[in-house]
Design a protein around this ligand. Structure first.
Ligand SMILES: C[S@@+](CC[C@H](N)C(=O)[O-])C[C@H]1O[C@@H](n2cnc3c(N)ncnc32)[C@H](O)[C@@H]1O
Length: 230
């Protein structure tokens, strides 16, 4: 296979990788992202990290089939342990995992971060705790995007270390830039979530023994989303 066609989700992630980057794609699965970027000539080298054997082997196969063994190092490793200082990584992508998982991989892999890398994150849920980690660790959010593909809403968060940064609780929940941009995909996502959360809140009120704290949290979310969409 000499051509790599990316899903819309990965194509939007690819658009955030700086030209000429050395990319570490962590949780790379088939290594589609680094291979597509190398075939286009938009990055110079890549590490494809995988913790599981089957996707690691799939990544090796994609790289070999495209004759990119010199440019892509495929490594069987847990999270950022795939990155070595001599890789001179300038961008790290962590895509298609839960936001909490991405957060934990960044947190446990801090020793592998130089602080100069652009982080390109595509969490499947758990965006709020991921943004909280970025803020707590001095990363400024440079770009955010919501997109819908195959009936799923996806978010892309791009961040770089900048020094102290402060986001409000609502900015951490919705995304500071998305709250300003209010793209159609962003508004449609929160419209869908509002219906789901309203239904959950109704179920809570009928059910017995739902902890009050949980009810209050759901009510707060419904209020915040309603105010966002008003
Ligand atoms: C759903 S796939 C996403 C693949 C690709 N990044 C994408 O967005 O299409 C998630 C991948 O992350 C890998 N993964 C999960 N935890 C990991 C970890 N701790 N270190 C490296 N890879 C991990 C899984 O094995 C799986 O192949």
């Amino acid at each position: 296979m000499k051509q790599q066609t990316l899903s819309m989700r990965l194509a939007r992630v690819a658009a955030q990788v700086p030209a000429g980057a050395c990319l570490a794609d962590i949780g790379s699965d088939h290594a589609y992202l680094p291979v597509a970027l190398l075939l286009r000539g938009s990055i110079t080298a890549a590490v494809a990290g995988e913790v599981a054997l089957t996707p690691y082997q799939a990544a090796l196969r994609t790289v070999r089939d495209n004759g990119l063994e010199q440019q892509v190092s495929v490594r069987l490793a847990d999270g950022l342990a795939a990155i070595e200082p001599q890789d001179r990584i300038s961008a790290i992508s962590l895509c298609g995992m839960g936001g909490e998982t991405i957060r934990d991989l960044l947190d446990s892999g801090q020793a592998r971060l130089s602080g100069q890398e652009r982080l390109i994150l595509q969490p499947n849920g758990g965006e709020q705790p991921l943004r909280q980690w970025l803020m707590d660790n001095g990363y400024r959010i440079l770009w955010e995007e919501v997109l819908r593909e195959n009936r799923f809403d996806y978010e892309i968060i791009v961040a770089e270390r900048s020094g102290p940064v402060s986001y409000s609780a609502r900015e951490l929940y919705f995304g500071p830039l998305q709250m300003q941009l209010r793209s159609p995909a962003f508004l449609a996502k929160w419209q869908r979530l509002l219906h789901l959360k309203q239904r959950t809140l109704e179920r809570f009120s009928r059910a017995q023994a739902v902890p009050e704290e949980k009810v209050q949290d759901m009510a707060r979310q419904v209020r915040w989303i309603s105010e966002l969409l008003a």
